[in-house]
Design a protein around this ligand. Structure first.
Ligand SMILES: *Cc1c(COP(=O)(O)O)cnc(C)c1O
Length: 475
């Protein structure tokens, strides 16, 4: 058992910001030196402890895994109640059901939360924890976030109507699907503000970073982040990796995961699960045609190119914020070295990691880029051979799983769990193109297209955006 007297503490990947406990990391988000918080040390579950997790429900497993990371800031009974309440609102009684597609190939469905994408699994917990922590401190906060689609609606659903929170979500104008946009802009709550920024997702993300890096502004409006730069977003994602691996035979059997990746948040949680002792043989980083991550893992060269719109818009990202957390480990947890590499990357748009350093991680990761045609083909093949309708993001993951099996070194005996990150109804057009029919919108979104929208269009300009937020927050 972990010693809760000594819960996990957190350090910044840039090595300068102070070491914090969970509550402060939760509220701070991005570290004050521009880095990201990571556990100072990874706790490790023994094989016997992992074995004993097999009998737990999803919520019980969630408590078991998250407890050592959270410590005693929140009373244990309150935490347990929060977790149970959160997941009891999900639409499927298994919370994260596994569907077998073929021998040794499974789909892990992570779209049974309120906004139909995997981000609900963490964001709903985060919203509850935030509310608790702020109430205890008698404070208010301004949450500012950038979204390429799903984060925004998940964050809004998790924060709407909460007393102590004003939330501002920036999304790239015209680059999210109409369903994604409406899931954000039709929420009728006075503390919710949506901004359509004239730019790309990377512009939105840079804008949020600039707001946070203006320390005076940040303090004045008590800014917080719910992007996956916030450690509290990654923590609850670890649960479903344990959940799925246990279901297919861990800890006696090793497993592989294929993870549709954009900001490297979801797959970093898989890496965290492995660090906690879960026997993972391989993590497949599945990217769309914005394949900076797969090019990097195959060459050691991280090189920015233009973001190209694809059929899986939530992965249309060039600069993956959470990659910094892995880079920190690859640099032997040396903050200044990590910072040097990233500063270089900012100014030159490229950096190069020696292959021998990269090879440390090559054992664990392999990376596959999947273009739009292969994405559509995978949706179609899956539909024809199994009857399952999958969304384009899930299809990227599944196609990468197939390629890793066919061309990589993965044994046919190794179970691969491919993550289904969004409900197909969120991306009706490509699904129709591939299968011939529109996916059915679940009941909770029935009248989405009829609800009125509330959204403000702003130029990609720091002054305009920062004043808009200042004028509209109650902090
Ligand atoms: C956010 C998202 C991704 C990318 O996840 P990261 O954690 O950013 O790597 C993939 N698919 C869907 C459907 C998403 O919403």
């Amino acid at each position: 058992m972990f010693n809760l007297e000594k819960p996990v503490r957190y350090i910044s990947t840039r090595g300068v910001a102070p070491e914090l406990d969970f509550d402060d990391v939760l509220i701070t988000g991005l570290a004050r030196d521009g880095g990201l918080y990571v556990p100072k040390e990874w706790p490790r579950f023994s094989k016997a402890e992992i074995e004993s997790m097999k009998s737990l429900t999803y919520s019980e497993l969630a408590v078991k895994i998250m407890e050592p990371f959270i410590g005693d800031n929140i009373p244990t009974d309150d935490f347990i109640a929060l977790v149970h309440k959160t997941y009891s609102r999900f639409q499927h009684s298994a919370i994260a059901p596994l569907k077998q597609l073929e021998n040794n190939l499974w789909l892990l469905e992570l779209f049974h939360g309120p906004t139909l994408a995997f981000k609900d699994y963490a964001m709903q917990i985060l919203g509850g924890l935030f509310d608790e922590a702020l109430r205890r401190r008698g404070k208010r906060t301004t949450i500012v976030g950038a979204t390429s689609g799903d984060t925004g609606s998940a964050a809004i659903e998790a924060c709407k109507n909460r007393e102590a929170i004003d939330i501002f979500i920036l999304f790239p104008k015209g680059r999210v699907s109409s369903i994604q946009q409406r899931q954000m802009t039709t929420v009728d709550a006075p503390n919710v503000h949506t901004i359509a920024l004239e730019g790309t997702f990377d512009d939105c993300q840079d804008m949020v970073k600039s707001l946070f890096n203006d320390l005076e502004y940040r303090d004045k409006y008590n800014l917080s982040a719910v992007n996956s730069i916030n450690w509290a977003r990654l923590l609850p994602q670890i649960i479903y990796y344990f959940w799925a691996a246990l279901a297919v035979g861990a800890p006696d059997r090793k497993v592989a995961f294929s993870v549709p990746s954009g900001n490297f948040g979801n797959i970093f949680s898989a890496y965290a699960a492995e660090s906690l002792g879960l026997p993972i043989e391989k993590l497949i980083i599945a990217t769309n045609k914005n394949d900076i991550l797969s090019r990097f893992f195959n060459s050691g060269i991280m090189e920015i190119r233009e973001v190209q719109p694809s059929l899986s818009p939530s992965m249309d990202i060039q600069v993956s914020s959470n990659f910094e957390r892995l880079l920190f480990d690859l640099c032997d947890r040396d903050g200044p070295v990590t910072k040097g590499i990233l500063d270089d990357f900012r100014s030159k748009g490229t950096f190069n990691i020696k292959m021998d350093i990269l090879n440390q991680s090559a054992d664990m990761f392999s990376a596959v880029g999947v273009d739009d045609k292969a994405t559509l083909d995978r949706i179609q093949n899956t539909y024809r051979s199994t009857g399952e309708t999958i969304d384009p993001h899930s299809a990227v993951g599944l196609e990468a799983a197939h390629q890793a099996r066919s061309f990589g070194s993965l044994s046919p005996e190794l179970p691969i769990i491919s993550l289904a990150c969004a409900h197909p109804a969120k991306f009706p057009d490509p699904v129709k193109e591939a299968t011939g029919s529109y996916p059915i919108l679940p009941a909770q979104l029935d009248d989405l297209l009829k609800r009125p929208e509330k959204v403000t269009v702003l130029p990609n300009d720091f002054k305009t955006v920062s004043s808009y937020i200042a004028d509209n927050t109650n902090v």
